[in-house]
Design a protein around this ligand. Sequence first.
Ligand code: FAD
Length: 824
Amino acid sequence: MAIGRDLPASARCVIIGGGVGGTSIAYHLAELGWRDVVLLERAQLTSGSTFHSAGLVGQLRSSVSLTEMMMYSVELYRRLGGGEFDPGWTECGGIRLACSPERWEETRRQAGWAKTFGLPLELISAGEAAERFPLMAGDGVLGASWLPTDGYLDPSQLTYALADGARRGGCRIFTGTRVTGIDVHRGRVHRVRTDRGDVEADVVVNAGGMFAAEIGRLAGVRIPVIPFAHEYLVTQPFRERGESSLPTLRDPDLLIYFREEGGGLVMGGYERESAPWSLRDGRGLDHIPPDFNGRLLEEDWDRFAEIVANARRRVPAMDDITVTRLINGPEAFTPDGEFCLGETAVRGFFVAAGFCAHGLAGAGGIGKVMAEWIVDGEPSLDLWRMDVRRFGEHDRSPRYTLARTREVYETYYDIEYPNHERTAGRPLRMSSAYPWHARHGAVFGEKSGWERVNWYTANAAAGDGSLRPRGWAGRHWSPAIGAEHRACREAAALFDASSFAKLEVSGPGAPEFLERLCDNRVAREVGRITYTQMLNRRGGIECDFTVTRLAEERFGIVTGTAFGNHDLAWIRSHLPAAGSADVQVADVTSQLACFGLWGPRARAVLAGCTTADLADASFPYMTCRDIEVGDVPVRALRVTYTGELGWELYCPSEFGAALWRTLWEAGEGHGLVAGGYRAIDSLRLEKGYRVWGADITPDEHPLQAGLDFAVKFDKGEFIGREALLRARDGREGRDRKRLCCLVLDDPRSVALSNEPVRIDGQVLGRVTSGGYGYSVGRSIAYAYLLAEHAGPGTEVAVEIFGEWVGGRVAREPLHDPDGGRVRG
Ligand SMILES: Cc1cc2nc3c(=O)[nH]c(=O)nc-3n(C[C@H](O)[C@H](O)[C@H](O)COP(=O)(O)OP(=O)(O)OC[C@H]3O[C@@H](n4cnc5c(N)ncnc54)[C@H](O)[C@@H]3O)c2cc1C
């Protein structure tokens, strides 16, 4: 590799980090034709976490995009074989055991999901698993999944193979070159400083593994990764020559994994007691020694004891085999167990780190999506769950990051039931009405650090316990959800939506700026609210929210709790390059409380505590007025996410408790019920309101998502318009799918998301979101189907835990199709 040469004074792109992540990005940038790329490594290639990896490549992951990335990795590793740096890819297949009924349910659910994107995952019996992995004791095994394309490789050889490919494509690699500073000018990266000179660059990629947080700090950017010690052992060879090779084996109930290594075994696992490493004062701020390269940590047999005992149970031969080494190495983990990818708040400064012990499995896909993101300005897949922009201000505290990351590590192999809530670091962000909710028996969930009411236990008595869905959907469920839902349809319900992310775009250039970003016309008269999307150049939906024109040069945006940071970054990334004197963008989430009051009695409730004229003529649907409610100054938006008449009522946060109390007291005699987010979800499903990140993503455009009504082609240019026009005129194949509303024959079989959808015996779709509609009395699911199947009445079957449940495509929305209730 290029050692000892002079650094160039400038490059188009500088990659920091010569592990498997950095070299894969360099390789894929070269494939896309970027020649002027420099990779800087402070020591030798693979001298970070990469060299001590166990090298297992498992493809089945928690999201479609991530699994597709892993599938691409396998394709790439096959291709790299036979070259000068053969990565030793061994496609031995992988077994994942299920040793409890719940795990078996999970396995069947995964097998169903895998069918929707061509991952060849099969269900096998305990006996078949033992045939494939004869060292295994079969006791307690109920079944397993078998993925013939899983395997393992040599991590260092893979890194060298990628580096070689990158170098052939023009990339220059400088080892022994430490980055010591990153210069940022007007919010844009422009220079990397090293101990061997400086390099100017428009694009800098932080591929620093567990050092990524430290490198991020050089540019004033926080990357929430924490180094954790991770261990596996290697045994002496003990298998006879000529014995058939073993697949990889995972036993998540026992927290362990195995693979073959030269006639012996590699065995590792996820300990219940995690070990964060090298933190300043042990409180979460990483503090890795500057000379920590090519090194391991001391063996920690005590912490590994449970893993060893479990391994002996599953593979009794472990009792007699000599262990040659226990490898203990640090690796970067994140607070939610997902990667940190993408452009940071500093323009041109990208990150690809925090691979949570599956960086080898991910490297191929990571390199590909990162290179596309850098070259095209957008990734080619929906990467929201891995996007570094998902982390907001609430993730800034290292101690909080540590608490969350610990929980994720220690529960790595646990079954994650939908609607399961994590507990570490809570409560952190609370609405002004939080004490009221707590006093009234609220069951809280957490999103982006906010405590949000899921339901109130006190409402359970008014609900119907016989509606509990079967299986997993019946966990984390209460009859209160149905009671709160029905109160909203029949009388009125009050919801605390203070966690909504609220943004403001202002300045003389704001109207034109927003018109260029939104597919709907938003610069309308002051007081008008518009539902709109912001699209990428492919026409995919990047943001989905309402825009209110608060004044001639001021707009308020309200978006989902978890999407504020993402949407803010998307908007900021389109600010005029010369600075934003003309347009300012601000996050005002914390300044404003928000309560949703909806239901046929909502007007009567609100009229009881305001002098404002609430009649349709003076306060129509999709308008905003400043009013007073009790003694509280309120910005009232006549919008709904439940499909009922009502308002979102915003006030400065310090008035929040008074506003909630005022509304609650005004509701007496009108049947007002306090409700939670689970009721809202059921209400919005009946009304067909989409959820960004599930029903609509950067991979779908509004015409596919049934949001044509929000697209104003005639308003002039906006980002994504060209792609939409091509799709509308049938010039692109991708527009053939449509989001469809499905109703299932069995109301207690409830889809959670990702279940396969079959038509005429063929899997043709996947559920995007689902739930039970308490007013329509139906189990509802949304899925994209080809246009020819999207017509109402098409018979479908949805696989829910291995059972195909019949249903059909329904005309949507199921509730109030002509919108009469919303318009009051
Ligand atoms: C014990 C163990 C077992 C594992 N097993 C598996 C497995 O079976 N399968 C799997 O998929 N994954 C596994 N992993 C995870 C995998 O090894 C990592 O995810 C992956 O290697 C991370 O690669 P990286 O490129 O992000 O980081 P690294 O390999 O750490 O590379 C980062 C590089 O950045 C360099 N650097 C840092 N600071 C600077 C600076 N200022 N200037 C220049 N260079 C700098 C470092 O020297 C380092 O070489 C395992 C990890 C461990 C610890």
